[in-house]
Design a protein around this ligand. Structure first.
Ligand code: AMP
Length: 190
């Protein structure tokens, strides 16, 4: 069983890569952003709560996100392992994830970060916004706010996983296939 955190700023390609890797390694892909968007689309209480945070490019409060993530994991009791995409995004989420997995006798095997320069990310997100319909992909000030959230709350997770010798950085620029190959090289050693 392998549990992997795919890490990186908005637009770094986590979702794209997770979709390829989940089949190859027989893992369940949990994207907290996708789960929130599903709930918004279906107008659930969770979606209504998350909507204003997401549309402005702010993080959804920790406890709401942690509870949602746990429920998603519990839905997949037979999973061979998970790819977490977009979670954890704060130290308190990372601690909650560790404690939750530990209760089950499981652990995070590694955090793999996709490294991409910010200018390129803005371009990628605006391009994605042309087809994704996501309000947070269509407005440069919202995109900048997502980067601010990333820098102030999420980037510190590199230290958190480095301290456990579980952090692996990968160059996130290149063709989708080249990047998948770089990720495979790390995952195969975990
Ligand atoms: P993403 O699809 O990963 O880009 O996430 C889109 C938005 O969903 C983020 O900007 C946040 O508003 C919200 N979100 C997703 N994952 C988390 C998380 N782990 N913690 C807080 N907010 C999240």
């Amino acid at each position: 069983m392998k549990n992997i955190v795919l890490f990186g700023p908005p637009g770094s390609g986590k979702g794209t890569q997770a979709e390829v890797l989940k089949d190859e390694y027989n893992l369940v892909h949990i994207s907290t952003g996708d789960v929130f968007r599903y709930n918004i689309k279906n107008k659930t209480p969770l979606g209504n709560l998350a909507k204003s945070y997401m549309n402005d490019g702010n993080l959804v409060p920790d406890q709401v996100t942690i509870d949602m993530l746990k429920a998603e994991v519990e839905k997949n009791k037979k999973a061979n392992g998970f790819i977490f995409d977009g979670f954890p995004r704060t130290v308190s989420q990372a601690k909650a994830l560790d404690a939750f997995l530990q209760e089950k006798g499981k652990t995070i095997n590694g955090m793999i970060a996709l490294e991409v320069a910010e200018d390129l990310l803005v371009e990628r997100l605006l391009n994605r916004g042309l087809t994704s319909g996501r309000p947070d992909d269509q407005d440069v000030s919202k995109i900048r706010n997502r980067f601010d959230e990333y820098q102030t709350k999420t980037a510190v997770l590199q230290d958190y996983y480095e301290q456990q010798n579980k952090y692996f950085g990968v160059d996130g620029v290149g063709s989708i296939e080249d990047i998948t190959n770089r990720l495979r090289a790390v995952i195969n050693k975990l």
